[in-house]
Design a protein. Structure first.
Length: 94
């Protein structure tokens, strides 16, 4: 029988893993460096259904909390805070 993994409430703060805690500390030491942030641009050719693409990206974001997560420090230690905001996509038609 397969166990069902229940989604945690996004209101409950989650303690960082050891690796996440290290990266958080390095970020503080390096004066808020953006070295660990990844930003991508995608060049597409042909027709794109922007509505369908936006919906697909937002469904992916809804399914994976980590894509909407940031680190908060309101408690005794840093914690993972998951937002409920959808993804906004910028388009540039070249």
């Amino acid at each position: 029988m397969t166990d069902i993994i229940r989604r945690k409430s996004s209101i409950t703060p989650v303690r960082l893993s050891l690796g996440q805690d290290r990266y958080w500390l390095l970020n503080l030491i390096e004066n808020r460096s953006s070295d660990y942030n990844t930003i991508r641009s995608i060049y597409l050719t042909g027709n794109l259904d922007r509505t369908a693409f936006n919906r697909a990206v937002n469904k992916l974001s809804d399914r994976h909390d980590l894509l909407r997560a940031c680190v908060g420090t309101d408690y005794e230690a840093p914690y993972l805070k998951v937002g409920n905001i959808g993804v906004e996509i910028s388009y540039v038609d070249i």
